[in-house]
Design a protein around this ligand. Structure first.
Ligand SMILES: [Zn+2]
Length: 334
């Protein structure tokens, strides 16, 4: 995956800034804690001098002194934690805090790029999709069953909208739980406004928080990128589209929202098949949401795509009223 140099440098700068910020925050915490509990500073100084001594001892192979020194250090550490906790600080208050504990905000684990780095690249390429702002409002902590009625049974599925949604949410949580093992895929079916996008975003948030790379695209935007990738003669935009295309095939989770709202033709059909098929081969999960019914997917996209989806996706149908309409009506009445 190639990024342009200036884009790459922009991300590296963000990592540098993050590390500086971490150090700065630690200094603030140290000053605060030392001011309140002077003994902490003495402990820290002794630990630093012990660590220098242990380096020398290791060099001379002085094992028994080294053992005593290690014991002393762990006693000091225990005393430090005791002091912190008894003064209402968390035990790790004087440790460096990282946004990504896996790579300690370096963006790398050995010679490999950390997933947080890959996501930073994805965020840069798809900054128009603004997923992080959306996810602050659309996540499981904001999810409510309140919008799903328990007053009637839907004849087609034999459940009330509420019981059905409880089942759907349980499946989504299972999808998250086994995400890195089973590489499942989800097809979310339902009318406009029943909460498909919201649910897909809830899943995105959970998986991003667990260090997976996630790309969210409306079907309209997805095919726009694919078209540029295939047909653009402008060097810059086809270069950007080539990068985006790599990520579409390779991110841990791809969300294609509102399939069926794009202008559908033989080009979009062949590209959709390519993406679905390639991601299955690479064992990368995909979530597709659509207003279309299963038979409509078959007629719109053809047997090849239909059978891929039916055989490899868990199909979840959401029923209920249009939540956006419901909220708008309540807003007018209140
Ligand atoms: Zn990382």
């Amino acid at each position: 995956m190639a990024l342009k140099n200036d884009q790459y440098n922009q991300i590296l700068r963000e990592y540098d800034n993050r590390m500086l910020q971490n150090k700065h925050n630690l200094t603030i915490r140290l000053n605060e804690a030392y001011g309140l509990i002077p003994e902490l500073k003495e402990l820290e100084e002794e630990m630093i001098s012990l660590s220098a001594k242990s380096g020398r001892m290791a060099l001379y192979g002085d094992d028994s002194s080294l053992k005593a020194l290690k014991e002393r250090t762990s006693d000091l550490k225990a005393r430090q934690i005791e002091l912190l906790l008894s003064n209402g600080f968390p035990a790790d208050y004087l440790d460096m805090q990282y946004q990504c504990v896996k790579c300690k905000d370096t963006g790398r684990i050995g010679n490999e790029k950390c997933n947080c780095f890959k996501q930073a690249v994805a965020d840069l390429m798809y900054s128009g999709s603004n997923i992080k702002t959306i996810l602050a409002h659309e996540n499981f902590s904001k999810f409510s069953f309140h919008y799903y009625s328990d007053d009637f049974i839907d004849e087609a599925i034999g459940l009330s909208p509420l019981s059905n949604m409880q089942k759907v949410v349980a499946s989504c949580k299972n999808f998250i739980r086994h995400f890195n093992k089973t590489h499942d895929n989800l097809l979310l079916l339902g009318n406009t406004g029943v909460g498909k996008t919201f649910l897909a975003n809830c899943i995105a948030k959970e998986l991003l928080d667990r260090g997976n790379t996630v790309i969210y695209l409306t079907a309209f935007r997805l095919f726009d990128i694919l078209e540029k990738h295939k047909f653009s003669r402008d060097e810059d935009s086809s270069y950007a589209a080539a990068n985006q295309f790599d990520y579409i095939l390779d991110c841990d989770l791809l969300i294609i929202d509102d399939l069926g709202t794009e202008l559908n033709n033989s080009f979009t059909n062949s590209q959709l098949y390519l993406i679905i098929n390639e991601r299955l081969l690479r064992q990368k999960s995909t979530i597709i949401s659509t207003n279309l019914s299963l038979p409509n997917i078959n007629t719109t996209y053809g047997e090849r795509i239909f059978s891929r989806i039916v055989s490899s996706y868990s199909v979840q149908r959401i029923i209920g009223e249009d939540i956006r309409l419901h909220k708008a009506v309540n807003h007018i009445n209140s």
